[in-house]
Ligand binder design. Sequence first.
Ligand code: PPS
Length: 367
Amino acid sequence: MRGRREEITLNSVNRLAVNPSESAVLSPAPQHTCGTLTGPDRTATHTVPGWTAQFWTQQAEHPLQRAEFNSRLSSMMEVKRPELTEFRGVCMSHYFTDNFDNVEKFQARPDDILIVTYPKAGTTWISHILELIYFGKSPEVLPSLPIYECVPFLELSAPGLATGVELAEKMSSRPRLIKTHLPLQLVPPSFWEQNCRVIYVARNPKDNVVSFFHFDRMNFVDPEPGDWNSYLERFCQGKMVFGSWYDHVTGWWERRQTHPQLLYLFYEDMKEDLPRELDRLCDFLGVALGEAERDRVLRATGFEAMKNNRLTNYSTFDMMKHDISPFMRKGMVGDWKNHFTVAQSEAFDEDYRRKMKDSTLSFRMEL
Ligand code: PPS
């Protein structure tokens, strides 16, 4: 390769996307990775799935590749907020259904681990715990890539990004950790056929909806959230992307009866006593962690550690605007008290009691 390697910042990437006199040398990303452009101080990263890129001040050796890269980069930056639509009886947005033919046909492997949550229930937290349990000992296996590249989001299909299915299919790590927010009935059949292990994390609905509201304000892959009052109403009606919280948490809770390979965890339990829940998780997985490794996992998965870790805090994900609200926002139980009025809380509790009356599932709204 010719030329001097240029230090990349987000600004220089943007400049490159519009200035043809600058050059990029691009190559398909190795194995299961996506291409990532990283700033020298690691404060600005741009990810273009399917490509790794090195930038050079002299002429590009592969101008056609540069053109394709630039076109993918541009389409990625043009993501528009979707409308809420209905898909097989569940509210969704097209970013999670456009690729559904391939999602449905996805071939799970017996050692895949499916991480399932209703959005904002602790997906990233449990994903990082699992990454560290399986790959934390070997830096060469756990690449310095953001979590959304190491743990593919199966049903995601957004402009300029490799689909979750593509990412999962390219993964060479064993086990593959795969994330989904799908309600039970939409999960690809091969996960059941292969008797895969499933880790479900549920969070109390009041904190869950608050977290979802702030997330939708900053995440442009989801529909416009509107104001808090109308958002809360829509949550109670199940008119959210991925449908009703009630259907989701109870559907997966019932599934435990017929799928013993399903571990059902609660965000509140993890907040209360993470070491205890880590031990439960390891028992379920049949993994024995040494004392030092266990300590390392616990230290790295505390809220502050994950908030300050660029690989877990989504600061590199372009469709999220952290100046509106950070992805790692508060990470607590009971923040709903700062959002619900007394009247909203009473009405919510009444509705909750009605909808949950036939279920053995219960939640703690505070610790
Ligand atoms: S997503 O977009 O559905 O994948 O989001 P998800 O990761 O499920 O949920 C994000 C919320 O989880 C909080 N979080 C944590 N809480 C405590 N400890 C740790 N380590 C942790 N990691 C993530 C995160 O802050 C979001 O909750 P809120 O209430 O918005 O802060």
